[in-house]
Design a protein around this ligand. Structure first.
Ligand code: GTP
Ligand code: SPV
Ligand code: MN
Length: 593
């Protein structure tokens, strides 16, 4: 296959299924030009230069931020839109009560109408991409057709993009067909539609992150979870990290926290200084694909190759590794811009600039009422920028998971950490997870909602069947991971966080790792196993007392009675497909309270 820089833009695959489908979509969308991406560095440079010329990207200060670019999205288009996200299975019941649904025929008709001629005067980029390390049995190929240069460039960071995907695909017909048309960014016509039975996605009317980078939430989670149930694996909204002990022992942990609830931060944490010799490295920060291995352990890969992470709150104290990660070769979206072409956001190190342009491009000063950076402003950076990237991130076999952690953003009720009694209790903890909504999705920020396994917006089929899948796969996992629940966000009466979080979360992680290896004691409580203040490391945490730890770990009967009531409300909604085992778990929980 030719892959010279001169030929970029032209078709570089002989796969007939790809060529026929692209031809069909070109006929539908009528682009003026078709650019077939090959993923070469020369192509990236040329497309970046074109984006700068067209004003889609702005080159940032080369001295301060080498290789970095700035992008502003339309102010009406700054987060995922769950109301406009659809799972189009044949029957509505298959999509279940937690998903928006429309019959595939109807949705195809509507969207083909929207897309018809929608790329007139525009370029269609053909973006072939691989989700997962090359040659991994878990990897999947997708092709996204998009009329957004920003999307084409972002996909080049977030996925293994280009020729490598065609190589994995060979002559096969098995690839995800993704079509993205920006249209006029009218929220009325915004729609992210999934057709799991066809392994297809059509996204229109947006140009923002999870709505349009189709490999991420759409393929890796919604379509992925659907395929995972058929093929016997899990597609999860989880980070994957490696904890290395001073002895060299490595433990792999996966954790599901809802959007903007701490995955990226946890995946890159730097242990406090007195955890000498302990090290955390990152395999993934958002998505895990996990499959039982022949040795009876659960193996995980990160399907992505980059991070699309929350910017606000990132600083050299909360996440020094992330500060390094985004110090070069990064695209910033919806942060504030200073006059010397530097970027700023709420929570960055140092004082705010005296004046700058806010995320909308309007003049901003520290006395302005609005935030300078959008709360859901994001960075797009290749994982190779991460100073603590684990070498295992490229391992086609993945890593064996010892612990699964569930965690929500809860100002009350939920202790810092507890452990499930067994797998099915662990599934119950995940299934009943609650969390305050964040700016990652449009609407409802701050309200507590049930977000089972952090997958409410991402499960591509009936949530009850998804729980059944979690219960069923246990049979194939002879050495199941231990299951834990954490909450970094419990608050005191004055509304202050009780726990310092970030790097200090190592203390929780260490207890979890020790539990997995049978090294740490635990006390039994009505909700699960908890660390005793004796076994939990509170050393060198100045001003943090055992009383404060007890406050963090307190189990209030009043709060827990309210909590199980909320579980019941959620379960009622899922009732026809809810596994009986979970109803029993809830009864057991009530009887222990
Ligand atoms: P998505 O990319 O949306 O899936 O989010 P994520 O789960 O990767 O969230 P991320 O790590 O980017 O964190 C989001 C927000 O939570 C940021 O504003 C962080 O500063 C904040 N955060 C992360 N970890 C902690 C913590 O331990 N304590 C507190 N108080 N805040 C945290
Ligand atoms: C999330 O919302 O969970 C994200 C960001 O990871 S986005 O890709 O926009 O969905
Ligand atoms: Mn996410």
């Amino acid at each position: 296959m030719i892959m010279t820089e001169e030929c970029f833009g032209r078709c570089t695959t002989g796969n007939q299924f790809v060529r026929e489908w692209v031809a069909e979509m070109v006929k539908l969308c009528h682009p003026d030009q078709v650019h077939w991406c090959n993923g070469s560095p020369g192509e990236r440079n040329a497309l970046t230069a074109e984006a700068v010329r067209k004003g889609i990207l702005l080159k940032l200060n080369e001295q301060k931020l080498p290789g970095c670019y700035y992008h502003r999205s339309n102010p009406n288009d700054v987060a995922r839109v769950e109301q406009a996200t659809f799972i189009c299975t044949k029957d509505q019941e298959e999509a279940g009560p937690t998903n928006n649904w429309l019959a595939p025929k109807e949705m195809y008709a509507r969207l083909r109408g929207y897309c018809s001629g929608a790329m007139r005067g525009r370029t269609m980029y053909v973006v072939p991409y691989l989700m997962g390390p090359p040659s991994s049995p878990l990897a999947k190929v997708g092709i996204e057709l998009t009329d957004s240069l920003y999307v084409a460039l972002s996909m080049g960071v977030m996925t293994r993009m280009g020729q490598i995907a065609y190589e994995q695909l060979g002559d096969d017909d098995e690839f995800n067909r993704g079509l993205h048309c920006m249209l006029d960014l009218n929220p009325e016509r915004r729609c992210i539609a999934h057709f799991p039975q066809d392994n297809a996605i059509i996204s229109v009317g947006s140009n923002y992150g999870g709505n349009v980078l189709l490999g991420k939430k759409c393929l890796a989670l919604r379509i992925g979870s659907y395929l995972g149930r058929q093929e016997g694996w899990f597609a999860e909204h989880m980070l994957i990290l490696c904890v290395e002990a001073p002895s060299g022992e490595k433990t792999y942990v996966a954790a599901a926290f809802p959007s903007a609830c701490g995955k990226t931060n946890f995946a890159m944490l730097i242990p406090p200084t007195h955890f000498k010799g302990w090290k955390v490295t990152t395999i993934g920060d958002d998505i895990a694909w996990m499959k039982p291995g022949t040795d009876g352990r659960l193996y995980a890969i990160n399907p992505e190759a980059g991070y699309f992470g929350v910017v606000p709150g990132t600083n050299s104290k909360s996440n020094p590794n992330a500060m390094q990660l985004i110090s070069h070769d990064t695209i910033y979206t919806n942060v504030a811009l200073t006059s010397d072409l530097d970027v700023w956001w709420e929570g960055k190190d140092g004082p705010p600039p005296d004046e700058c342009l806010d995320w909308k491009g309007e003049p901003w000063t520290p006395s302005s009422k609005n935030k300078a950076a959008h709360p859901n402003s994001r960075f797009t950076a290749p994982m190779t920028n991460n100073p603590v990237l684990a070498s295992e991130a490229n391992d086609p076999q993945g890593v064996p998971i010892s612990a699964i952690i569930f965690g929500g953003r809860r100002s009350d009720t939920m202790p810092l950490v507890y452990q499930a009694f067994d797998w099915i209790h662990g599934v119950y903890l995940g299934a009943t997870m609650g969390s305050e909504m964040t700016a990652a999705a449009v609407g409802g920020a701050g309200q507590v909602r049930r977000d089972p396994m952090a997958m409410l917006p991402f499960c591509g089929y009936n949530m009850g069947d998804y729980f059944r899948h979690w219960i069923n796969l246990h049979r194939l996992i002879k050495h199941p991971p231990r299951v834990f629940h954490v909450n970094w966000f419990r608050k005191d009466k004055r509304g202050e966080f009780l726990w310092p979080g970030f790097g200090e979360n190592m203390r929780v992680l260490k207890w979890i790792v020790d539990r997995c290896h049978g090294r740490a004691e635990a006390n039994e409580t009505p909700i699960g196993w908890v660390p005793s203040p004796k076994t939990f490391d509170l050393n060198e945490l100045p001003g943090f007392t055992v009383e404060q730890f007890e406050q963090l770990q307190a189990i209030s009967h009043e709060e827990w009675h309210r909590e199980v009531q909320l579980h019941d409300e959620f379960f009622l909604k899922l009732h026809p497909h809810l596994p009986k085992e979970l109803i029993f778990e809830r009864e057991l929980q009530i009887s222990r309270l």
